[in-house]
Design a protein around this ligand. Sequence first.
Ligand SMILES: Cc1cc2nc3c(=O)[nH]c(=O)nc-3n(C[C@H](O)[C@H](O)[C@H](O)COP(=O)(O)OP(=O)(O)OC[C@H]3O[C@@H](n4cnc5c(N)ncnc54)[C@H](O)[C@@H]3O)c2cc1C
Length: 309
Amino acid sequence: MICSQNEVKLYKDFHLTNYNTLKIDSIADYFYIPDNYGEMITLFKKYKEEAPVVIGNGSNVLFSSKGVKTPVIYTGGIKSYICLDKFINVEAGFKTQTLSKLALEKKLSGFEFLIGIPATLGGAIYMNAGAHNQTISDCLKSVKVYDYQKNKVLHLKKEELNFSYRHSVFMEKPYILLSAKFELKRGKKEEIKARMDENLIFRKNRQPNLALPNAGSVFKNPKNSTLSAGALIDKCGLRGFELGGCKVWENHCNFIINKGGATSLDYTRIVFEIYTKVKEKFNIELTPEIIYIGEMTKEEEEKWKILKK
Ligand SMILES: Cc1cc2nc3c(=O)[nH]c(=O)nc-3n(C[C@H](O)[C@H](O)[C@H](O)COP(=O)(O)OP(=O)(O)OC[C@H]3O[C@@H](n4cnc5c(N)ncnc54)[C@H](O)[C@@H]3O)c2cc1C
């Protein structure tokens, strides 16, 4: 059912299957699609006590199969940009693959890695997404954020965002990214294009495309090991391992595929099984990258408490 409330698009009892790349079926009680960030701020003011959860492209989230009671805001409608000289100012819901192509058109280098990441800018900054020796924070100058506890819009410099490997200040503070300003480097169009093509070729055999529903790398690479998360999982004999509707991808063990009909509990169980096997064999505790959203079952609660500690 579609309603209109203060002109923000609202969908009730909304199926989230097409809003997460893992294609987990989940139902949001309230799903909003604002057209600009002013509308998003209005929603945060409306839900004072219970802050809504903001999602971008859903490429790093696990929605609960029990559903999501917290209102969900999808940023896909907040996507204006301005490009002036070497500077690009982009809003949170802008798609990262489009951003990569935009930079190419403007003969600007720094976003070549984004061509293979199916995200929005907001999600990429939250996660400090990166690949091929580039990260989203490399060319970032400043951001505009909304602090929903203080009800204030803040302008912050990159140095204030506490970036590290798949980490940012957005994981620590009640900030919502509204927009970001980048300074890119001038480059030759053919060279930028060649790097983007190289990145896509690199991914072709090492990462599943979205025809096989997945949420990217499952675990962070551990700091205290020379082996990657994928190699550790492989050495535990888990290549192709299946549990419920989920499966460890045969081509690269740090990816889990939804074979069809997987639930959040299936995904939780397989992640936990991998975590346990790697811990038993190598005494290394892998950390999952994915963000769980929604109502957990008792078993999920117990397992994620251990996984995210
Ligand atoms: C095929 C595939 C390949 C991938 N490759 C890579 C890769 O190479 N490198 C990499 O780092 N990741 C990769 N990923 C993972 C994923 O794309 C990234 O983590 C990405 O940054 C998530 O962006 P998103 O817009 O989908 O965010 P979502 O999954 O929608 O959200 C992720 C988190 O960001 C928060 N968030 C979203 N928007 C905002 C906002 N405006 N303000 C505050 N918080 C916000 C959400 O609440 C959530 O906690 C890949 C995923 C897939 C499916």
